[in-house]
Design a protein around this ligand. Structure first.
Ligand SMILES: *Cc1c(COP(=O)(O)O)cnc(C)c1O
Length: 422
């Protein structure tokens, strides 16, 4: 569903115009749609109807408490990658037993905290982590439920920075070493084997690599069963892509279909850990044009959002559609504004600070722009670079707007710092 549509030439989030939202909360500001978040979750639920399956939202995509709370109330579990994310999930109303803990470098403190909370499963990514976890669990008089995250060595055909399932990645245990490690895990008093996990990458637009990975996982699960190691869970990770520009994106149902077909006679519970596909198209970044600058070679629209707010263009050369909040001609100006090709850039002192290159827009200073598909890996990756306070976040529910994160203040930027008594 698209919660962001034009009404009488004005871009709206559900039933509220973005102009009203900007007046009330100022810019830059992340705007999310409850309806779109819910619809994305329900699409997974529908695709998995009739199966024993869990949807564990990958918290790192967008970890705002209000969003975690919404997914918890919809019945989601959570996939986390740090102790900080565990704390967020618990504060937001999630249950530790519904949490899966992924990540290549979990610290002792993180493992202890997760064990003490009674986490659902540790997705273990190395032999060293397994041994460490077993030791900590025994010391605490507990048993750690685990899956081994295996690296199935399939090419997810995505950006190299977000590909995780190839043999040369840092993630997971090489699939041909997993059987031996399961046999070791079985002998460890502090460990209870729950399942097997994989996650091959992000922004995947083709269902085939995920199905190929699932097939490898099944072959391994059967080899384990032959050794008397029976798994309760098959965690197939996340990674389903979204449309940013004009990509051909399968529906959730179509993306999952080849995998579900392979898995149709399995007795294990299926676990999926989507992040981007639950939140990406449910959010946008609202920004205002500060300066219009016609240079010798190029025209620039300098906006009040920057790479510190939305890093994906600078980091991956990612495309985000940039839409005018007020359509040209749909305003009270007597004449339409001339359309130009602009680089939409932020005020940060880096040439890599851009939100979009070569966009045809009819702009005047003070106009509002919406940077679309910014719900995933947007605010979550933001920083204070250039001493820029982080943006506000607003969740729209029909005609209601809820402030879910205050705009940071300048004083907060240095609140943790101390002048040394030299
Ligand atoms: C990041 C991540 C996910 C979610 O990936 P998306 O592409 O956002 O769906 C799922 N599982 C693990 C282990 C991850 O690291």
């Amino acid at each position: 569903m698209n919660a962001f549509t034009y009404r009488q030439g004005m871009l709206c989030a559900e039933d509220l115009s973005l102009e009203r939202i900007a007046e009330r909360f100022a810019t830059p500001c992340y705007v999310y749609s409850r309806a779109a978040l819910t619809a994305a979750f329900e699409a997974y639920r529908r695709a998995l109807a009739g199966r024993s399956a869990r949807i564990c939202y990958a918290v790192k995509a967008n970890s705002n408490l209000a969003i975690l709370n919404l997914f918890a109330r919809l019945g989601a579990g959570f996939d986390i990658v740090s102790g900080g994310e565990l704390a967020r999930v618990l504060v937001a109303g999630g249950k530790a037993k519904d949490v899966v803990f992924s990540g290549v470098g979990k610290t002792r403190e993180e493992l202890q905290a997760a064990l003490a909370e009674g986490i659902g499963c540790f997705n273990v990514e190395s032999e060293s982590e397994l041994t460490r976890l077993a030791g900590i669990a025994e010391q605490m008089g507990l048993v750690a439920p685990i899956a081994l995250r295996v690296n199935p060595d399939v090419d997810a055909k995505t950006h190299p920075y977000i590909s995780t399932g190839l043999r040369n990645n840092k993630f997971g245990i090489p699939i041909d070493e997993a059987l031996a490690l399961y046999q070791r895990a079985r002998m460890m008093a502090g460990i209870r084997i729950r399942g097997i996990a994989c996650h091959i990458g992000s922004q995947l637009l083709d269902a085939a690599p995920a199905a190929e990975a699932a097939q490898k996982i099944l072959t391994l699960a059967d080899a384990l069963a032959a050794q008397g190691i029976v798994l309760a869970d098959l965690d197939l990770g996340g990674g389903m892509g979204i449309r940013y520009r004009d990509e051909e994106v399968p529906s959730t149902e179509d993306y999952l279909a080849p995998m579900l077909d392979l898995l149709k006679d399995r007795r294990e519970q299926l676990v999926f850990a989507p992040g981007r596909s639950l939140v990406g198209n449910a959010g946008l970044l609202l920004t205002r044009v500060e300066v219009v600058k016609h240079g010798a070679e190029k025209s620039f629209a300098v906006v009040d959002a920057a790479m510190n707010d939305l890093m994906r263009p600078a980091l991956y050369d990612a495309w985000h559609d940039i839409l005018p909040v007020r359509l040209n001609g749909a305003n009270e100006r007597v004449e339409r504004v001339q359309e130009h090709v602009y680089d939409v850039v932020g005020p940060v002192c880096e040439s890599g600070d851009f939100l979009g290159h070569e966009r045809s827009l009819a702009l005047a200073e003070g106009d509002l722009l919406a940077v679309m598909s910014a719900g995933a890996y947007g605010m979550a990756m933001s920083s204070n670079y250039n001493s820029r306070p982080r943006a506000a976040e607003v969740l729209i529910d029909g005609g209601q707007a809820h402030l879910i994160r205050n705009r940071e203040s300048v004083a907060q930027l240095y609140a943790q710092e101390h002048i040394a008594p030299l």
